[in-house]
Design a protein around this ligand. Structure first.
Ligand SMILES: *Cc1c(COP(=O)(O)O)cnc(C)c1O
Length: 434
């Protein structure tokens, strides 16, 4: 009676979120819960084993900055849920994104992206990486795939978008962007943080690499910072545009094995070059907390979506509300794309504008009693923030408006509380503005 649910990709999503990547029979004590391996290093056993581990010919543990057994379960679980060949975990979403870009680009290269993107990613590509010769090229109209094509030049190494733009909750046309990227011989990278693999399957719509802030819905309880990178497999890194992969392949191909190298070259280099030597590894305790969150991912996402749809519909008809950005609303200009790409719902993230001043909008933060005034998102508990004075504080007006943020904009992360309570809390606060 062998347990096979750890590696059975035919099982349903909810079954795999509980079992993929971990077999209790493989643990010394048969532990049903994934054990936390809080150890810096591991026995190398004998010299042959040591050499095999260090040339990556063999999967195995040596030092927890390179690989850790608890993190390994998390990596296998997300790869299974995403339908990818391999994943690498990092200490934060920003570390996952930074290392992904470093793996793609060398000095002189650029990434084509949109303005409606997480603030940290914007800073990375406008302020930090440009000092090392890697730049972001922003498209003017994110709704037009041809605007992406127009920005691509011979040094462009990826198109980068978020599944649901932050904080405008816009929906890119992923399949069209994938075609533009692949025409240019470059990958499409998607930050799938807001949707999670339960609501959106980037690899089924042309993405090559998926990145996550696991801090948000994957962990789900606002307890832990973490990041993940997942590789679809099959992208031709040896197409002449990525000399760093040519060199890596030459050095490691025989050691790693040709088949594995061809299957997961991006992840192999991401781990061996960046995770191992730059060092932004996830703590195994954090990996465990994220695994704990993933066990209930589908159940939570269904509640987030149901609640958010009800809140968005309530906001849309309230006289103190000027407009609501939530692609689940029929009035949203992204509704058709949302129905195509997000058939199970549009997550718990939304933004709305109040009829009034910045002071009126900001006053809501102090009038709510149930929502937490905090910048996190994707928590089981509902959160509210005013982007212009927090997540996007100090950015010039053009940048703010490019991201769809106005002084009267409020962002909500709708939790899984009883929706009647959420609506009543927003109603009593909004009623004071009428
Ligand atoms: C929070 C967030 C990040 C950054 O992740 P951290 O875990 O906070 O480093 C990146 N992308 C999106 C969409 C996010 O919401």
């Amino acid at each position: 009676m062998a347990f096979t649910a750890d590696r059975d990709q035919t099982l349903g999503f909810t079954t795999r979120q509980l079992h993929a990547g971990y077999n209790p029979d493989g643990d010394t004590y048969g532990s049903k819960a994934v054990p936390i391996y809080q150890s810096a290093c591991y026995s190398l056993k004998d010299i042959d084993n040591c050499i095999d581990v260090f040339k990556f010919a063999k999967e195995g543990q040596s030092y927890s900055r390179f690989e850790n057994p608890t993190n390994d379960v998390l990596e296998r679980r997300i790869a299974s849920l995403e339908g990818g060949v391999r994943a690498v975990s990092f200490g934060s979403g920003m570390a996952a994104i930074t290392n992904t870009i470093l793996n793609l680009c060398r000095a002189g290269d650029n990434i084509v992206l949109v303005k409606t993107i997480y603030g940290g990613t914007t800073s990375l590509l406008t302020g930090i990486l440009p000092q090392y010769g890697i730049t972001g090229k922003f498209v003017s109209n994110p709704d037009d795939p041809e605007a992406f094509r127009a920005q691509i030049d011979e040094h462009t190494k990826a198109i980068y978008v978020e599944c649901l733009g932050n904080p405008l909750i816009n929906v890119p046309d992923f399949e069209a962007l994938s075609a533009v990227a692949h025409d240019a011989g470059i990958p499409l990278v998607i930050d799938n943080t807001f949707a999670t693999p339960y609501l959106f399957r980037p690899f089924e719509h042309g993405a090559d690499i998926v990145v996550y802030s696991a801090t948000k819905y994957l962990c789900g309880h606002g307890t832990t910072i973490g990041g993940l990178v997942v590789e679809k497999g099959g992208f031709l890194w040896l197409n002449g545009k990525f000399p760093q992969f040519e060199a890596f392949n030459q050095k490691y191909r025989d050691w790693v094995g040709a088949e594995k190298m061809d299957r997961e070259m991006f992840s192999q280099r991401l781990r061996q070059v960046y995770l191992c030597d730059v060092g932004a590894n996830l703590s195994p305790v954090s990996a465990w907390l994220i695994l704990q969150g993933i066990e209930t991912l589908s159940l939570r996402m269904r509640e987030h979506c149901k609640n958010a749809q009800a809140v968005a519909e309530f906001l849309e008809q309230h006289p103190a509300v000027r407009s609501v950005s939530y692609p689940g609303l029929k009035s949203s200009r992204y509704h058709a794309l949302a129905q195509k790409y997000f058939p199970l719902g549009c997550s718990g993230m939304m933004m709305f504008r109040v009829n009034g001043s910045q002071a009126d909008a900001a006053s809501l933060l102090e009038k709510v009693h149930l929502f937490g005034f905090m910048v996190n998102v994707g928590d089981a508990k509902s959160l509210i923030t005013h982007p212009a004075t927090s997540t996007h504080f100090g950015q010039p007006k053009e940048v703010l408006e490019g991201a769809g943020i106005y002084p009267d904009s409020i962002r909500l992360s709708i939790g899984i509380e009883d929706k009647e309570d959420l609506i009543a809390d927003l109603k009593q606060a909004l009623d004071t503005l009428v």
